[in-house]
Design a binder for this molecule. Structure first.
Ligand SMILES: NC(=O)c1ccc[n+]([C@@H]2O[C@H](COP(=O)([O-])OP(=O)(O)OC[C@H]3O[C@@H](n4cnc5c(N)ncnc54)[C@H](O)[C@@H]3O)[C@@H](O)[C@H]2O)c1
Length: 331
């Protein structure tokens, strides 16, 4: 037996939601991005384990980080699994492990699904708040889980009047719209991305596609386009013709998502970006939304907001001393 005590919490998705609200997540993501902009977070770029060449239809990212203001170390492990839909499970599955940064002792294993989905949704909400000139009309392309959390969080920060919901699946569009029943927002179920985009102040792509879902000629002056999917989602010209390019993380932006192929062509590099959101929030960059400027933003996601939300849940669970499970790591 070890002569020291090491106890860790096991925190389920239901437990996380007992201690953390959607509003909390939005606030924590904004704070964590600001800390990142202030160099208070150590976070190597995430690495992907793509299992497809071994016959497993999935991939997962390992996203380690240390957050100085919370003095917590952790890693988010999150993947996309194509077979999950058939099993009635979400495409994305996530877990967060928290450790004491000074000893390596395990502090908690936290189910990361709700945290990951909600922090993913908080990201475009915060980006839109800082970068969008107008927020009246929004197009969401991809009516899946991340599309839902994105719009949910956007409704908490922005005044949205009309939303075009575009998806290949009619059922996905109808399910999505039903979740916003009673919000007073006008919804249009749409199969034509062009007419939706042409009328929109904000266009969000958050699909599993690898395709040109938005053409540059459909993006009006003053509009903000945000890509969030793991692959290419808009025509190269949407990026080429943008007046302002924003990202959540410069190094990761070049290796992932919509910008990866442009970086591989040598058309963009680390100097191509006008805004890194953490630097903007930390006051190290400035931006005033402009009715003439087209803004393009890519959000690929960082692990630090997940660790920060998980740590908030752990601290609140410890304080509440109710029925969260504890296990003796050495016992
Ligand atoms: N940027 C981030 O921080 C972040 C975080 C988590 C997940 N993601 C990514 O977001 C994307 C969506 O994830 P999800 O969990 O919502 O998946 P999901 O399976 O729940 O939803 C994806 C939706 O996209 C739709 N779709 C696929 N191809 C399309 C096309 N060509 N046109 C229109 N709609 C199309 C599907 O019908 C589906 O409804 C994935 O690429 C995922 O890896 C990004």
């Amino acid at each position: 037996m070890a002569n020291f005590e090491e106890r860790a919490l096991l925190i389920s998705n239901a437990d996380v939601q007992k201690y953390v609200t959607v509003e909390d997540v939005i606030e924590i993501v904004e704070k964590t991005w600001t800390w990142f902009g202030n160099d208070q977070i150590i976070m190597p770029p995430k690495i992907t384990t793509d299992m497809s060449s071994a016959g497993v239809d999935g991939w997962f990212n390992s996203m380690p980080n240390y957050i100085k203001p919370l003095d917590i170390a952790g890693i988010k492990v999150v993947g996309g699994y194509n077979g999950n839909k058939k099993k009635g499970m979400p495409y994305i599955k996530a877990n967060v492990l928290l450790t004491d940064p000074h000893s390596g002792m395990l502090k908690a294993l936290v189910a990361g699904d709700w945290i990951s989905d909600m922090r993913t949704g908080a990201q475009p909400a915060i980006m839109c708040k800082r970068l969008a000139y107008k927020t009246d009309t929004v197009t969401i392309i991809g009516a899946g889980l991340q599309g839902y959390t994105s719009l949910l969080c956007m409704t908490k920060l922005l005044d949205i009047k009309k939303v075009y919901v575009c998806d290949l699946s009619e059922q996905a569009r109808l399910n999505f719209i039903a979740k916003f029943d009673g919000t007073g927002i006008e919804f249009v179920s749409c199969i034509d991305n062009q007419s939706a985009c042409e009328d929109s102040d904000i266009i969000i792509t958050v699909t599993t596609a690898d395709a040109d879902l938005v053409k540059a000629s459909w993006v009006k002056e003053g509009a903000l386009v945000i890509t969030m999917g793991s692959f290419k989602e808009v025509e190269f010209d949407v990026v080429r013709q943008a007046d302002v390019i924003a990202v959540d993380h410069v190094a990761q932006a070049l290796h992932r998502g919509n910008l990866k192929p442009l970086a591989e062509l040598g058309e963009i590099d680390e100097h191509s970006f006008d805004i890194e959101i953490g630097l903007l929030l930390a006051g190290k960059q400035t931006y005033t939304p402009d009715p003439k400027k087209r803004v393009y933003a890519q959000i690929v996601g960082m692990g630090c907001p997940d660790v920060a939300v998980a740590e908030t849940a752990r601290l609140r669970a410890e304080k509440a001393k109710d029925n969260v499970k504890v296990f003796d790591v050495q016992g």
